[in-house]
Structures are given as C-alpha cells and as structure tokens.
Design a protein around this ligand. Structure first.
Ligand SMILES: [Zn+2]
Length: 315
C-alpha cells in the first residue's frame, strides 16, 4: 500500500505534506505562508471563514489584508519569499507563479532582470529543491494596447515558462487576446487562461480554440457539457483546479459535489492546486485531504492526480 494513500485514509496532513506535489494555479501575492508574514510584519492575515457572495467581496478582503501593506518593492519581494516558504512547508516541488505585467513598473522599476531575480533568488534561498515555472500574468480588464506595452519588456526573456490571463472573466471578449497569445506561442510559452470558473462550458471551448490554450485555470464549468468534456480530453487540455476556492466562492455547493471527480473520470488531465492560500486556507495537501474526506475522489485517484501533476507538461 502506498504511503500517500495511507496518509489520506488516516487523515494525516503532516505526512501528506511530505509528498511531492505540483501547484500550477497559485497567485503568489496571496499564496504566502501566514506565519512567515506574521513573523516578518507583525500583521495577522485572517483566512475566510464563510463563503463569499462575489468577487467584489474577495477584492475587499485583499484590500483589508494585503493592499496597502505590501504595495512596495520590498513588500512585493516579501510576498514572493512567503510563497516559497509556504510551498516548501506544503511539500510543493513544482511551483508555477509569476508577476502581473503591470507589476514590472509598479514594483520593479521597469527592470525585467530585477523582477526575474526577485523570484529566482527567493527560490535559491528558501526552497532550491522546488522547480520554479515562472509565469507572465495578465489582467482581463486591462486595455490590450496597455498589456502589449507592458509585455514588450517580457518578450524574448527566456526565464518565463507560461502566460496566464485572470481577473473578471466577463471584462472583455477572449478573442481580444488572440494577438497576444499568438506572440506568446511564438515565444515558446505554455498558454493558460482562467475560464469556466464563472463562465460556461462553451466559454471554455471558445477560449481554448481562440487562444490555442494548453491549460485552463479552473475550467470546472466543462462538467455540464459532454461535448466540451470530450473536446478537452481528446485535445489533452489540462485543467488546473482549485476546489476549496471554488466552494468558498460559491461556484460549487461543497467538496463532495465538486466536478473534479467527473472531469477526472472522463479522462481529462486535471491537477489540484491552491489558488490563494492566504484567503482560502487551501494549501495543496489540505485540498487533497478534503477531496478524499468528502468522498469526491478515492485515495487511488488522488494519488494518480498527484503523480500526473509532477510530470513535465511539455509533450
Ligand atoms: Zn486563479
């Protein structure tokens, strides 16, 4: 019997934390270790205790606990270090995180090397055993011309692994980002976007086709449409799912009902991730344990998902 599966059955979080895991859906500014940030700043950051009614409420939480306190170069670098600390304690060995493109000017003096170094030095110092996949982040509400200006500093830099699009899923049509994603593809980046968290199964298919996505952040709405499920499985599109976040944002009724079970059993490549540990108290080990305890997935299925997430994504 596999010891990871044993640990699930015994509800042993400590042992689960010792097993290598991927976290491929982590917004680093909200992904840090609570204890590390408390020790560094004396500030207590409280997680949510009840589900939120909207994204606006989540923004309010962010303003209250993160906003003004970390809005500086030093603050941002502290959040990056806190994220590596958190990942290390959670047994994360593949960590995909990165800065929003607007952050380059805001926090790193428009110096792409300083931005990259902030991540790579934190990794070397705190968790050299972690594979860092550095990501470029785009907010969906930003005007395309503004994003293109910001991106001109990122293109050609070989330190980046992937690009992701997030924020309000309904801010503007996904087609608007086609030009950016064509360029990102030429740059050899892995293509990702947040879709199907608030949007529909059809939105997921459209986004994958228009942007030629390799992976979808969330994508849980696909569970409601058999043709989209088949499309994702046949095209080997990976879904990086964040169950506790989905429950606390009211996207899913509870862990038992989470569609990851159906998506996995339909042959889709799914992974289990944290999203925003500071808000949802959702470290990756806890996500696995909660899915097991809610009987959404069996210990064997969770073990398969864990191992699958560690494989190199490039085929
Ligand atoms: Zn997310």
């Amino acid at each position: 019997m596999d010891r990871f599966m044993d640990a699930l059955e015994q509800g042993n979080l400590e042992t689960l934390r010792k097993y290598p895991k991927a976290d491929l859906h982590n917004h680093f500014a909200l992904g840090g270790s609570r204890r590390f940030l408390y020790q560094a700043t004396g500030k207590k950051i409280e997680p949510l205790v009840h589900p939120l009614a909207s994204m606006a409420e989540m923004d309010q939480w962010s303003q209250k606990y993160i906003g003004q306190y970390f809005n500086s170069t030093e603050g941002r670098k502290l959040l990056i270090r806190a994220t590596f600390q958190q990942a290390k304690e959670d047994g994360v060995t593949v960590l995909e995180i990165g800065e929003d493109v607007w952050g380059l000017k805001e926090f790193f003096h428009n110096d792409i090397d300083e931005l990259v170094e902030s991540f790579t030095s934190a990794q070397r110092e705190i968790a050299p055993e972690i594979e860092l996949r550095l990501q470029i982040g785009l907010s969906r509400h930003c005007p395309i011309s503004y994003l293109e200006d910001c991106l001109s500093y990122f293109w050609g830099n070989k330190n980046f692994y992937s690009i992701d699009l997030y924020g309000d899923e309904f801010a503007q049509p996904i087609e608007n980002f086609k030009g950016i994603y064509r360029r990102a593809k030429k740059e050899g980046l892995r293509l990702k976007a947040h879709v199907g968290e608030w949007g529909t199964a059809k939105d997921i298919r459209t986004a994958v086709e228009e942007l030629e996505l390799d992976e979808v952040q969330h994508g849980i709405a696909a569970a409601g449409d058999e043709s989209v499920i088949r499309f994702l499985a046949e095209n080997k599109i990976r879904l990086n799912i964040t169950p506790m976040s989905n429950v606390l944002l009211g996207r899913v009724a509870d862990m038992a009902e989470h569609p990851i079970g159906k998506l996995y059993r339909s042959g889709i490549d799914v992974t289990i991730n944290s999203d925003d540990v500071l808000i949802f108290d959702s470290d990756v080990s806890k996500e696995y344990l909660q899915l097991y305890e809610a009987q959404c997935l069996t210990a064997e299925e969770l073990e398969n998902i864990r191992k699958n997430g560690l494989k190199p994504a490039m085929l």
